[in-house]
Ligand binder design. Structure first.
Ligand SMILES: [Mn+2]
Length: 339
């Protein structure tokens, strides 16, 4: 039930996964809450390939997709799992969990996954791993979970239609910041080229992913930047957003993530945090780093998770309190690095 860190999955792992998946009549395909392009690319991409292979499956999310999520391929086919008592859960006989292996990121179905012995496969590129599974396909060096899905598809010999190629490409492009982030591997670029040959239109994809924001998002970004704080010789940037500011901008939590990247354009800033007060004493945090601070570790100290350079967490504290905790945690990690 355990896979070792940084293990590149060999063909046998994917063939065992294929065998298990094909033994199920109706697999449930899920990813983390607040799904991003990679999570959606995984569940829609796998569903599309299974459909081409004449197999049924259900791709599911836990809330109605936002406008941004809807602009990604084929999201209209997605089932919205209303709760753990959703009748669909009675019907599925296997689960593929993708782009996460953290119970905290599966809240709506976490209890069901813990209680039921329904067989499951995990396909993931994150280091946080506390969900038991029959098969873990984990490669923390993979640029995206959809890159691993592409390896799986090649191993299984599934047909990759133009629609499936688009989903895989979207995950790859969004998780690598359109092939700019440090997680962009040579394999990612080779795979992107393969996917272009399978029909992906780069310009159309770029326009659809990056130029479809609602005006409310720009308003939110302006609000968030007005709450900018720079600490420790301008090396730590925190964007503190009050509940009133989110209400004024008319945004939902799903829409707000990308603004956290802005402060990294400043030479002195090594780590950036977006702290949003969504009311009820909960502050939602996104973190980005240039590499000096491990934000996966930072997020994990609050029960969240992610990557070394991009991670997130929910802190059960009001904004000011959460801010102090985050600052203290970053400083502590830096002191540890120096010693
Ligand atoms: Mn991912």
């Amino acid at each position: 039930m355990q896979a070792s860190d940084n293990k590149i999955q060999c063909a046998e792992d994917y063939s065992a996964a294929t065998q298990m998946l094909m033994s199920w009549e109706l697999p449930l395909l899920i990813a983390h809450t607040n799904p991003d392009g990679d999570a959606l690319g995984c569940i829609v991409g796998l569903q599309t390939m299974l459909k081409s292979a004449g197999r049924k499956s259900v791709a599911a999310v836990y809330a109605n997709p936002s406008q941004h999520q809807r602009s990604l391929t084929g999201v209209s086919d997605i089932h919205v799992l209303s709760s753990k008592s959703d009748p669909l859960l009675e019907k599925v006989d296997g689960v593929v969990v993708m782009d996460t292996c953290a119970i905290a990121q599966l809240t709506p179905v976490a209890d069901w996954l813990k209680a039921e012995r329904v067989p499951r496969i995990v396909l993931d590129h994150h280091s946080t791993r506390d969900l038991p599974a029959d098969l873990h396909l984990v490669d923390t060096s993979a640029s995206s979970a959809t890159l691993m899905l592409y390896r799986w598809a090649r191993s299984a010999g599934w047909e990759i239609s133009k629609a499936a190629a688009r989903s895989i490409f979207e995950g790859l492009a969004t998780d690598t910041g359109w092939f700019r982030f440090s997680n962009t591997s040579a394999e990612a670029l080779r795979t992107a080229a393969d996917l272009m040959e399978l029909g992906v239109d780069l310009d159309e994809t770029n326009q659809r992913i990056y130029n479809q924001d609602p005006a409310s998002l720009l308003r939110f970004s302006a609000q968030a930047l007005s709450g900018l704080e720079l600490h420790d010789d301008d090396s730590i940037a925190l964007l503190c957003v009050t509940e009133q500011m989110t209400r004024d901008a008319k945004v939902t939590p799903d829409d707000t993530g990308h603004v956290v990247n802005y402060p990294l354009s400043v030479a002195t800033v090594g780590v950036s945090g977006l702290l949003v007060d969504w009311g009820n004493g909960v502050t939602k945090c996104s973190f980005r780093s240039k590499g000096g601070v491990d934000v996966a570790k930072l997020a994990a100290s609050f029960g969240g998770g992610g990557h070394v350079r991009a991670a997130g967490a929910r802190i059960e504290a009001p904004l000011d309190d959460a801010k102090s905790q985050v600052l203290a945690c970053i400083r502590k990690q830096r002191e540890g690095n120096e010693n």
